[in-house]
Design a protein around this ligand. Structure first.
Ligand SMILES: O=c1ccn([C@H]2C[C@H](O)[C@@H](CO)O2)c(=O)[nH]1
Ligand SMILES: [Zn+2]
Length: 134
């Protein structure tokens, strides 16, 4: 499945700004929020390795700072042979703001891509609905 061109371009552009002196593995992510606005994010590493943050987390932080709270779709781009999938922690972070049918597209620099739904990536997720006391 081809990633949406606007999200792909945003993810590719922000990927260039990734701060990755330790892994040298640049990742870019772009979220289309419920409002239609696109929010980009890149990975930001730290000399204290566990303090590094993923591209997806950066895009989510930008989305919340921008006033949006729904992820309509997301594209993740990395220079890997097969599409790089979000880590386990990011799957949960995305799930906070994405419904079960939201599409996550993972693309490589040479143009191959794979699309999965939120449920494909995190089946049986613990989600905000479990905490709904209304
Ligand atoms: O989906 C992913 C997978 C990995 N990384 C980052 C974390 C770390 O900076 C580097 C190597 O794991 O790639 C992301 O940002 N998103
Ligand atoms: Zn992650």
């Amino acid at each position: 499945m081809n990633p949406p061109q606007d999200l792909l371009e945003a993810a590719l552009a922000v990927r260039e700004r990734a701060y990755v002196p330790y892994s040298r593995f640049k990742v870019g992510a772009a979220i289309r929020a419920g409002s239609g606005v696109i929010y980009p994010g890149c990975n930001v590493e730290n000399v204290a390795y566990p303090e590094g943050t993923c591209a997806e987390a950066g895009a989510i932080a930008a989305m919340i700072a921008g006033g949006d709270t729904r992820i309509a779709e997301i594209v993740v781009v990395a220079d890997s042979e097969t599409p790089t999938t979000p880590c386990g922690g990011c799957r949960q972070k995305i799930r906070e703001f994405a419904g079960p049918e939201a599409r996550i597209t993972m693309a490589t620099l040479d143009g191959s891509a794979m699309t999965m739904t939120m449920t494909d990536l995190l089946p049986g997720a613990f989600g905000p609905e479990h905490m709904d006391r209304a």
